[in-house]
Design a protein. Structure first.
Lengths: 423, 111
């Protein structure tokens, strides 16, 4: 059987044109997906976990009961992950956090959390990926490498996509890449500006100064000659529709949210001259949804604490790496994420000192140390639901295969009921 | 023994992205996240060749990885894909943002 128009649940591109072939309850072929998407679909049944408590296989009901006991007894729990599951599951996780008076934080914390802080400082000139495809004649990729991380972004939405006002695709666009490394994305650019590490803030503010008519008393900024910055400003001012697409190069480097606020300010300033928009290159397929759902449910996008019965916001205080490094939480519920593999070692190792519960279809570094493992149906393969693309467009994930296990949303609903009966 | 100071950048590679799905215990994943990329001239200066093991030390921790030459890196900068080895080198100070410094970290490399 062939299923068309399947949405890939890997990155924030949410490519919605994938075709999967299913034979005998197994995905045997994938058409149109990128190399990562193919691996995701074709390996969907590898490394699956079973319900476990303390390393011993138990029934699903016993695992959920043990998880509810841990969470209801915890004085200061952490709920973390959320970005690789559906909006419906995210909503349940927020309700659970409120009921147990815990912290709730998404993987935004360690990817575009600083971007969110900058949005709150400056605002965001938005556009959709459809506008990028149909209108953009200047693309500025800064500190991101879609050729390796968002592989079809370049062909479906940006660099070579053919649109209404960009009928010749790549030939109708100027592409500029600013990066520390000459990445695969940089190699296909018209202009590559190689920046020194931790110099993004200075370069972005230099561009703003040039845009405002200022003359720089330097020959170079962050390793980039001033003439190249002046040339870039002229190109940005004179383009028809420009888009800045940025990644972890800004959020993970020195300056973090200040880097992003400088980038957002530059885009805002450019709108005095032409149409210019900005899109953060979001990694996990529904991390944009996590920001959106947390915000409309609590008023805040991540780093939220419910210990006083109402949501409090505290990046640096209620963000997961900080909570774990300071050993402030006494239990953790991880949803569709692998912090043991992805967090700094000192923060990750604390998860094995406290009772950690994980909801995930597959084995990972966190399932290895978790006290309770609850298998769930993989979102976008065995569970349907809503996900937000990186530009904030919501799409409906399909269920293409049955799973013996319930979805994250269903398990979280059961955890809510079980915790309410214990509190 | 030769040693040198470098700036570490961590990041995604398509191979690491693909290997996430073959499993985090798979040889593909373990090999990719345990590989350090370095400018060819830096490798020559340190007397290194592709596949040699090097020790990388930051303020936070130390790891042993294999090195691979790269023509995408300028001198003085090394790259390791996201994964447990790179995370051993990353500290937990987030400057009040929640985000650790994961790019632009000072490290020392010993052969």
């Amino acid at each position: 059987m062939q299923v068309k128009d399947v949405i890939c649940p890997f990155c924030g591109c949410l490519c919605d044109d994938i075709e999967v072939t299913i034979e005998n309850g197994k995905i045997t072929d994938v058409a149109r997906g990128c190399a990562i998407s193919r691996e995701l679909f074709l390996n969907h049944d590898k490394d699956l976990v079973k319900p476990m408590v303390d390393g011993k296989e138990v029934s699903l009901e016993e695992a959920i009961e043990e998880a509810a006991t841990i969470l209801s007894r915890s004085q200061h729990p952490l709920i973390y992950g959320l970005s690789s599951t559906t909006c419906e599951a995210q909503r349940e996780a927020i309700e659970l956090a409120e009921i147990i008076g815990g912290n709730i934080d998404s993987t935004s914390s360690v990817c575009h959390g600083p971007t969110t802080l900058a949005f709150q400082m400056v605002g965001e000139v938005t556009c959709t990926l459809g506008e990028v495809k149909n209108r953009a004649d200047l693309l500025l990729f800064w500190g991101c490498n879609p050729a390796e991380a968002h592989i079809r972004h370049l062909t479906r939405y940006s660099a070579s996509a053919k649109g209404l006002f960009t009928p010749r695709g790549r030939r109708d666009r100027t592409i500029v890449v600013v990066d520390v490394r000459r990445t695969r994305t940089a190699r296909m650019a018209d202009i590559f500006l190689q920046i020194r590490p931790n110099s993004d803030y200075a370069c972005l503010q230099a561009l703003r100064a040039i845009l405002k008519g200022g003359k720089l008393s330097a020959d170079e900024v962050g390793g980039i000659p001033v003439e190249a910055l002046v040339d870039l400003v002229e190109r940005m001012k004179s383009c028809r529709y420009g888009v800045l697409l940025f990644g972890m190069g800004l959020t993970m480097s020195r300056g973090k949210h200040l880097n992003v606020s400088a980038a957002l300010s530059l885009v805002r300033d450019l709108n005095r001259f032409t149409k210019f928009a900005v899109i953060p290159m979001r990694g996990h397929f529904n991390v944009t949804g996590a920001d959106a759902i947390l915000t409309w449910e609590t008023g805040y996008p991540y780093a939220i604490n419910f210990s006083r019965g109402y949501p409090q916001y505290g990046p640096g205080e209620f963000t997961s790496v900080d909570l774990l490094a300071r050993k402030e939480v006494d239990a953790a519920l991880i949803i569709a994420s692998d912090p043991v593999a992805n967090f700094p070692r000192r923060a990750a190792s604390y998860l094995s000192e406290i009772p950690t519960i994980i909801l995930d279809p597959k084995r990972n570094k966190t399932t290895e140390i978790a006290k309770v493992v609850i298998p769930t149906a993989a979102a976008g393969i065995s569970a349907e639901g809503t996900a937000y693309r990186m530009d904030g467009v919501p799409l409906r994930l399909k269920k293409v295969l049955d799973s013996p296990y319930p979805s994250d949303e269903e398990v979280l609903g059961e955890l809510i009921s079980a915790c309410l009966s214990k509190l | 023994m030769s040693a040198g100071k470098f700036i570490l950048i961590t990041g995604r590679t398509s191979k690491q992205g693909r290997a996430l799905h073959t499993g985090k215990d798979s040889p593909e994943y373990l090999e990719e996240v345990s590989t350090l990329e370095m400018n060819e001239a830096d490798m020559e200066e340190m007397g290194l060749k592709d596949g040699d093991e090097v020790r990388v030390r930051s303020k936070e921790g130390e790891i042993t990885v294999r090195c691979r030459r790269s023509d995408s890196l300028p001198r003085g900068i090394i790259f390791i894909p996201y994964g447990p080895p790179a995370n051993t080198l990353i500290g937990v100070d987030t400057d009040g943002t929640g985000m650790p410094d994961s790019k632009g970290i000072e490290v020392e490399i010993c052969k």
